[in-house]
Design a protein. Structure first.
Length: 465
């Protein structure tokens, strides 16, 4: 019998039934994460059909997308936008009606759903995890099959604790070698997407492998898996190891001391066999990856910070040239110009990609004793109330405030234009988030994706570099 990949093993353990005619399977779901944006219609559908949530104990709710990052102690009264306030109110009512664990705005355990799940110990190796949010791939860092679902699927999971799904291809992303000093998981991810494109992983689940991956912290692994969806993949995976187990031990929902040995023994079986079949393989020498920044309106439009944006006259593909020309026009850049030295007016450090304590510590090391330039408005938004409390316990907030950063309350914030933290038309932002399409952070706003370290330097200098 041929060996199996990690994806194969998790899939096989969760198949409830399969239909050979359609190629569709019914998968059991171990953890369903929900938030205020993609659930109102799902709960309304349940109510109309007279159904209940099948496994409230396997569902966890947070308030993150629409939440303001100031004055959260006011609760719903602190939410100025009526539509956002209504969505948050609906979530509060729905979770109470169905007995679902909920961390509301202002609860120290609340925050971005993809930060909260791991820090609570709810995200565990070998699980199937879904959420009505594409960046659910983040949880694959634990060796879990995790991906986003649509609103109708949210209702289906709530009602049945299962999901209709088709098996994807297996894609190995091998990062050999060691990272250079100053290069982070964010740089690995942006470099990968610039190589394979935003459709490079379409129809596949990526497994990240190799020495460079094994050396990453859990925070770095979550960043990498978070961005697998931007490379077109259904999900990203990293096999669990000692780093995973160390992160998980002692967390609120992790196995207790009595159950831990059996859990870890199972988790250690979750790896790809040496003779496993891979449908696609990408090999990258991590030592060749430089600090990377996006220049355009897609994560694949990224270059080393020492590089130049594409020269239109050198492009032979008419479709790619047209897309590049449009991106350059929107971003206000010139063909062939160096990306270093490009002025920014805003800096955003946060999002489910880069808002964990490791990210904040990296920024604090760079900005300690320095000042944000007058031409830049810079904000730091921790990924959860617990991250915020830990940062304040370590004195990081004092470093940020002294340097001139705004220290905000947790939430998705400027990652997307669904709350008060948005760009004005024409403003250019150095951002640690995950998407940079036109208008993502506000109508007419220009977003450059980068690591927390590069974003911090942009705040101190006023330019990318």
């Amino acid at each position: 019998m041929a060996g199996r990949t990690l994806y194969d093993k998790i899939w096989d353990q969760h198949v409830v039934s399969s239909d050979a005619r359609t190629g569709e399977s019914l998968l059991y779901i171990d953890l369903h994460l929900i938030h205020e944006v993609t659930t109102p219609q799902a709960f309304a559908g349940l109510r109309a059909a007279g159904r209940k949530v099948r496994r409230p104990d396997l569902t966890l709710a947070v308030a993150d997308h629409n939440t303001p990052t100031e004055n959260q102690a006011l609760g719903l009264a602190g939410v100025a936008d009526e539509a956002a306030r209504n969505q948050l109110a609906a979530l509060t009512q729905n979770v109470a009606e169905h007995g679902i664990t909920f961390f509301p705005m202002g609860d120290p355990r609340n925050g971005i759903v993809h930060v909260v799940g791991p820090e609570q110990g709810r995200s565990q190796p070998g699980m199937t995890i879904v959420c009505g949010d594409s960046h659910t791939s983040t949880h694959g860092a634990f060796g879990a099959l995790a991906h986003g679902i649509g609103t109708s699927e949210v209702e289906h999971v709530l009602a049945t604790q299962t999901l209709r799904a088709r098996k994807m291809q297996n894609m190995a992303i091998n990062f050999s070698g060691r990272l250079r000093p100053g290069v982070s998981a964010k740089d690995l991810a942006l470099h990968l997407i610039s190589v394979i494109g935003t459709a490079g992983g379409t129809g596949a689940v990526m497994e990240f492998r190799g020495a460079a991956i094994e050396a990453l912290s859990m925070e770095g692994r979550m960043t990498l898996c978070n961005l697998s969806i931007e490379g077109g993949a259904r999900a990203g995976l990293i096999a669990p190891d000692a780093t995973t187990f160390s992160y998980m031990k002692g967390r609120p929902s992790a196995p207790d001391a009595q159950a831990w040995p059996a859990a870890e023994a199972y988790w250690r079986s979750l790896y790809s066999d040496e003779d496993a079949h891979w449908d696609r393989v990408v090999d990258i020498d991590a030592a060749e990856v430089e600090p990377t920044v996006s220049w355009g309106t897609s994560p694949e439009q990224a270059i080393p910070v020492s590089g130049r944006v594409p020269r239109l006259e050198e492009m032979t593909d008419p479709n790619k040239r047209a897309a590049t020309e449009r991106a350059l026009h929107y971003m206000g850049l010139e063909s062939g110009q160096a990306i270093a030295g490009t002025p920014v007016q805003r800096v955003f450090i946060g999002s489910c990609t880069n808002s964990r304590i490791e990210d904040l510590r990296a920024v604090a090391r760079l900005v300690s004793g320095q000042k944000v330039v007058d031409s830049v408005r810079a904000m730091i938004v921790p990924g959860s109330g617990l991250v915020r409390a830990q940062a304040e316990g370590e004195g990081l907030d004092q470093i940020f405030r002294a340097a001139g950063f705004e220290w905000r309350e947790p939430g998705c914030s400027m990652c997307l234009g669904m709350n008060p933290d948005i760009l004005a038309p024409g403003e250019r932002c150095a951002s640690t988030s995950n998407r940079n399409f036109e208008g993502r952070q506000g109508r007419g706003g220009r977003t450059h994706l980068m690591s927390p370290e590069l974003a911090a330097r942009a705040a101190l200098t006023g330019v990318i570099g």
